[in-house]
Design a protein. Structure first.
Length: 77
């Protein structure tokens, strides 16, 4: 069985965030993390969002590559 391709819009949907292209770009324009702050510790996540992201990293789940992309984008300077 082949897993569906996960992408940023699908991840934003999963997190309960607006997921159209403009909303995603606006999110990245208004949210950034210093290098010493882990993605899951970002102050803008709800506890449920943070738990989901943490679980995806720990389990190396199907969302892990997209969560990694989110992490990278939020840590860009």
């Amino acid at each position: 069985m082949e897993l569906p391709n996960q992408d940023l819009p699908a991840l934003f949907d999963q997190l309960g965030l607006p997921s159209d292209h403009e909303a995603i770009e606006r999110f990245f324009a208004t949210h950034a993390l210093p290098q010493d702050v882990k993605l899951v510790d970002a102050p803008f996540w709800t506890p449920a969002q943070s738990a989901f992201l943490r679980e995806q990293f720990q389990r190396d789940a199907e969302w892990a590559p997209v969560v990694d992309e989110l992490n990278t984008r939020l840590h860009e300077q």
